[in-house]
Design a protein around this ligand. Sequence first.
Ligand SMILES: *[C@@H]1O[C@H](CO)[C@@H](O)[C@H](O)[C@H]1NC(C)=O
Length: 440
Amino acid sequence: MGSSMVMIVISTMLAVMPCTCYAITNNNYRQQQLYPVVLVPGAGGNQLEARLTKEYKATSWLCNKFYPLKKDEGGWFRLWFEVGVLLAPLTECFAERMTLYYHEELDDYRNAPGVETRVSKFGSTESLLYLDPSLKKITAYMEPLVKSLQMLGYIDSQSLFGAPYDFRYGLASEGHPCEVGSTYLQNLKQLIENASNLNGGKPIILISHSLGGLYALQLLNRNPPEWRQQYVKHFIALSAPWGGTVDEMLTFASGNALGVPLVNPLLVRDEQRSSESNLWLMPRRNQFPSTTPLVITPDSSYSSFDISRFLEDIGFEEGVHPYETRILPLVEKLVAPGVPVTCIVGNGVPTAETLYYGEKGFDEQPEILYGDGDGTVNMVSLLALEDEWRDEENQKLKVIKLAGISHMDILKDDSALEHIIDVLSAINSGISTSSFVSHL
Ligand SMILES: *[C@@H]1O[C@H](CO)[C@@H](O)[C@H](O)[C@H]1NC(C)=O
């Protein structure tokens, strides 16, 4: 026995050691070891550009004169996000340019007349780092996460990719046209294939934040199982609102000032109501039972089963038809994709659970009863997959809860980033981090 065994051990060490040293000193080599990562941001999580055509008619002289102040040669300017729009008169101009319109004859959504929009740098992480690059500190979005990924050896556009999109648009159930959202899914699919090809055919790791998780799950399930097997190693969903949020009902009823005290929420309410993706995030029946009122007024109450009546009563009848035909069938089932999934979510942050409106109606901000969640998304929604996939024998799912981490902090907080990097490193080193749902 003795010496030959020792020889084997030594020769194995010799074979391994130069590689290890090389890996530490040479990024290219390390890169080859990594599964490429594709980042799918949440709503509002990437820059959006716009330009105005002759068809555009501003409702006020001020909008034409003072906004936007800067355009490039092609007439493009940053629509989302630009801090100037927080000033009241400009907020209205901004909102009218951001507004979507549902066209009944097309059964689809379109921009406001005369407003063209685009995302820039598709494939790169560039437009996800900061929402307003002139104010990096206060508008940082995925920058801290991207930095952590770079420390692992990831390099933008080589092993790390970003998939920005026009987050105002959503997806619709089968059989309904959905030009912008479906085009995005095609581009995302192409990006994933390109990312894999660039990295020796390795499958990619999808990392999404918030709404991006809903898009990513749709992408997986709208492609054949063989495609998923070949191209997607793992799906890490951060703070995904699988079952919608009560907060979204607040946005539809009274507007959401995005946490900026200067902004009057009623100025952005119509624009927020018009967003197809916002409608996608209404509380879902599977998580919010019919017996639980989510909104209570002096005359009535509304559960997740009463969303249509709620939309009518707040004065947004236009939303009822698209909600019933495009959204309800889309969210009926969360299909298990077979690809291993890890959900990382915050908990223990007060989150709107019941909204109480007084005599003055929906223009007045409600009293809010808070429950568990990440400050934006309710706990039942963050944990929906555990419940929904309980009996899925071939679905690996792991849910990691981070106490006190809010919906946005998950992308910034040091301990949250460490958890994300741990999960990613484990996948890269071949350690299985997921147990089967049935074993949880
Ligand atoms: C994928 O690669 C092809 C060929 O290089 C390129 O034409 C295409 O633009 C890329 N698409 C995406 C979405 O990265």
